[in-house]
Design a protein around this ligand. Structure first.
Ligand code: GLU
Ligand code: MG
Length: 451
């Protein structure tokens, strides 16, 4: 028996035992949407060596120089995941290569480069992403509505609404746990039809792989139940938006021990000096980071003070940090030992977002930057005089403003590389221009007969 299996890798043995027929060599485009090809399992070895080629012209937002070229997907064998809803298919996250080298514009590669910078300083970067999203149903008349019919002024944590959705919710959560992601809670969120699922953190590359996979899986499973999942950041003006808060810490590369925890923190937030340096770098670059973690026109309709059933949106509007205080862009949760970036939303390409934040944080660490005292009061109620006195800037109000900040901040070229920075920015500027040129119902209702 052993003779017959000689030459078969443990990976192939696992795939054969699970009767996998097809493999997905998957990578993400600039939006963090998975793309790839399907490979029969007999071709595993070739696939792992990068046999799957993709024409650059088919990818959005990649540098013009690769339009007439082909990139190849180099699958990461450690990322293998059997699709819980299609158990004959196994998925692999891949890095893109070009001409025998890592492709500089690959999102996963961009994060890997920052992970390498962290490793050079002796750190690994851990990340947890809180997944918020809407699950809605399209009626026969084409109306979009929440699955639960309950009309509540404050739907957050409503058990009956969660139970009305329990079929798809429990299938999704069981699938996540089957993949070893360790979900620790899920609930009906603040917007009717909105849910949040929280699961264990991992290193930033593995967590980004999971978030990309989760968006796809949530949709595939919701559709089995006659609904769909929406990761649009702010689908309704009067309901809270969907954040994808990035919970982050640096750990010692060798031992894995958390370097952001400090019970004796003189500021009383349970965070180490290293953590404060990291925060200072992030806050310094927040406007540019915003363009990447809140990457759509719609994202900026979430980053407002009001527009939620429960009063506040709990999404940030200022570039500042605080203790366990949800009105700041960066929060130190009560247990300490990590920091949370609240400006990130559900449409974020997690590799690019994590790479920007890590690079900014490491700049703060290298320069031992001090972020000042944490804001402990409700920032939504801060007056302009208080903001000016504390030197606090507003976050970008539109995608256009965020793109200007991204273009002006040298961090964007440092992280993306010059070619990808330009092509990403060109694509996003077009998106913003297209929106700006569009005439909305709001405008016709207000102005058509006004003058
Ligand atoms: N939904 C809120 C947001 O857009 C966050 C609510 C929470 O703190 O969980 O960021
Ligand atoms: Mg939430």
């Amino acid at each position: 028996m052993n003779m017959m299996l000689s030459g078969q890798s443990p990976l192939e043995t696992m795939l054969r035992e699970k009767q996998i027929e097809f493999l997905l060599a998957s990578y993400v485009d600039m939006h963090g949407v998975p793309k790839g090809k399907v490979v029969p399992v007999d071709h595993l070895d070739q696939m792992l060596k990068g046999s799957e080629l993709f024409t650059g012209a088919a990818l959005e937002g990649v540098p013009q120089s690769v339009h007439d070229n082909e990139v190849s997907a180099m699958p990461d064998a450690d990322s293998v995941a059997v699709l819980p809803w299609k158990p004959n298919v196994a998925w692999f996250a891949s890095d893109l290569w070009l001409d025998g080298k890592p492709f500089s514009a690959c999102s996963r590669g961009i994060l890997n480069r920052q992970m390498k910078s962290a490793a050079d300083l002796g750190y690994t970067f851990n990340l947890g992403i809180e997944a918020e999203f809407y699950v809605l149903r399209e009626t026969e008349q084409g109306r979009i509505e929440p699955v639960s019919p309950r009309l509540l002024s404050k739907p957050c944590y409503d058990i009956a609404s969660a139970l009305d959705n329990v079929e798809w919710l429990t299938e999704l959560v069981s699938a996540m746990n089957g993949l070893g992601w360790d979900v620790y809670s899920f609930d009906q969120e603040d917007g009717q039809g909105q849910f949040e699922i929280d699961f264990q953190y991992a290193n930033a590359v593995a967590m980004s792989d999971r978030f990309v996979f989760l968006r796809m899986m949530a949709n595939q499973i919701a559709r089995k139940h006659g609904c769909f999942a929406s990761f649009m950041p702010k689908p309704y003006a009067d309901r809270t938006g969907s954040g994808a808060h990035l919970n982050m810490s640096l750990a010692d590369l060798a031992s894995g021990s958390n370097l952001f925890a400090d019970k004796n923190d003189p500021r009383g937030c349970g965070l180490s000096e290293l953590g404060y340096h990291f925060i200072a770098g992030v806050v310094k670059h927040l406007p540019a980071i915003c363009a990447v973690v809140a990457p759509t026109v719609n994202s900026y309709k979430r980053l407002v003070k009001q527009g939620s059933m429960s009063g506040f949106t709990w999404a940030p509007i200022f570039a500042c940090y605080g203790n366990n205080n949800r009105t700041n862009a960066v929060r130190i949760p009560s247990a300490g030992g990590r920091i949370e970036l609240r400006s990130a939303d559900s449409a974020c390409n997690p590799y690019l977002g994590a790479a920007m934040v890590l690079a900014a944080g490491l700049e703060g660490v290298r320069a031992r930057m001090d972020p000042g005292e944490p804001n402990r009061d409700n920032m939504y109620e801060a007056t302009q005089a208080e903001l000016t006195a504390r030197g606090i800037r507003q976050l970008p109000r539109t995608l256009g403003e965020a793109l200007d900040a991204f273009a002006e901040d040298p961090l964007s070229v440092e992280v993306f590389g010059a070619d990808m920075q330009k092509s990403w920015l060109d694509y996003k500027r077009d998106e913003w221009l297209s929106y700006s040129a569009h005439v909305s119902n709001w405008e016709t209702e207000r102005y058509l007969k006004f003058f």
